[in-house]
Design a protein around this ligand. Structure first.
Ligand code: TYM
Length: 340
């Protein structure tokens, strides 16, 4: 089925780009830090949302799972409220320009810049048996993703801040060395919820690769699992719902509650004044379940219609390639590649 996706070039709005890796588990952190804001920004910007499968293979993936997870992530984007009539949706590996621009940018990036990246250092430690070149080069591919579409805004969680700084540096470096070519993008990191922490260790980021499943809530967790994970969430012994730097567990739960209820920390403190953590955790779980249940049902419904999803991706790949190739052609020309 044809879906009328709009191409960013057709309007005056600024372009927004973002992506998530199709690595199976998508967490509440991905939702609050990124996806939820993508939905909120889709009217204001010309949005390009990508399923970044090439980033996913920096860590070993089972091919059949990667294929399945790619379609599931597209269905999740849609189920969360991303409108394919307003946004351009596609899979990264369908547009060869991403890898092509990455190569040119590699030649402008120093090894030192990449080896200093926090995520590279973390992931190298976690996957010590597979510290591949892709893992190190990952941020440059991300830079290519963003710059190809001349994005002005990139909504991400706080863990991507360093990669956005590299994006700005490389855009400026290329523009200065050759001539103005790339839009220098701004990160959009929400003031609240940009770093949702593990429910078991509130000093660590909530992560899908956490070996302790109680540390994260997956977007596909059923209600009873969500309720159980919040019930077991680590807090402290003060038994008082109040935010503070010295109270990371409670503050994290408050951030999650705030994201789903729209309430401020002050309002949450008033709501639970004199009440214990049991009540509070149950309320957080209820708010999360109420938000995720319809998303889960919609994702399931969409996954039953593969032809519809394929249609979106086929059209998205075509439109994305057209935009990306326009930028790539300029880059190749300025770089000095012989033109036919
Ligand atoms: P990824 O797939 O690890 O995560 C997707 C998005 O979720 C955010 N996020 C979080 N936000 C708040 N709290 C958390 N605990 C949390 N965990 C993850 C991430 O910041 C991210 O916004 N490199 C990117 C994907 C990417 C990309 C891009 C993003 C590739 N190309 C171009 C923007 C633009 C990544 O690995 O995200």
């Amino acid at each position: 089925m044809e879906t009328p996706q709009k191409a960013p070039e057709a309007s005056e709005k600024k372009v927004l780009f973002s992506g998530i890796q199709p690595t199976g588990i998508i967490t509440l952190g991905n939702y609050i830090g990124a996806l939820k804001n993508w939905v909120a920004l889709q009217d204001e910007y010309d949005c390009v949302y990508c399923v970044v499968d090439m980033h996913a293979i920096t860590v070993r993936q089972d091919p059949a799972n990667l294929r399945k997870n790619t379609l599931e992530l597209l269905a999740l984007y849609l189920a969360c409220g991303i409108d394919p009539e307003k946004c351009l949706l596609f899979v990264q590996s369908h547009v060869p320009a991403h890898a092509e621009l990455c190569w040119v940018l590699n030649c402008l990036t120093s090894v030192g810049e990449l080896s200093r990246m926090t995520q590279f250092k973390d992931k190298s430690r976690k996957h010590a048996d597979n510290v591949n070149m892709g893992l190190m080069d990952y941020p440059v591919l991300m830079v290519a993703d963003i710059l190809l579409y001349q994005a002005a805004l990139v909504p991400v969680g706080a863990d991507q801040k360093q990669h956005l700084e590299l994006t700005r540096d490389l855009a400026i470096r290329f523009n200065n060395r050759y001539s103005p070519t790339f839009t220098v993008p701004e990160p959009y990191i929400p003031r609240q919820g940009a770093r949702i922490m593990s429910l078991q260790d509130p000093s660590a980021k909530m992560s899908k690769s956490d070996p302790d499943e109680n540390g994260f809530v997956a977007m596909t967790d059923p209600p009873e699992v969500i309720a159980r994970k919040f019930k077991r969430a680590v807090t402290d012994s003060l038994a008082c719902v109040k935010a503070g730097e010295d109270r990371p567990g409670v503050t994290n739960l408050m951030s999650i509650y705030a994201a789903f209820t729209g309430r401020t920390f002050g309002q949450i403190e008033d709501e639970f004044a004199g009440r214990g953590y049991g009540d509070f955790k149950a309320a957080v779980a209820d708010a999360v379940i109420a938000a995720l249940s319809p998303i889960q049902a919609e994702q399931k419904r969409l996954l039953a219609d593969k032809a519809y999803l394929h249609g979106i991706l086929a059209e998205g790949a075509q439109k994305a390639a057209r935009l990306a190739n326009k930028t790539l052609a300029k880059v190749y020309k300025k770089t000095g590649f012989y033109q036919l």
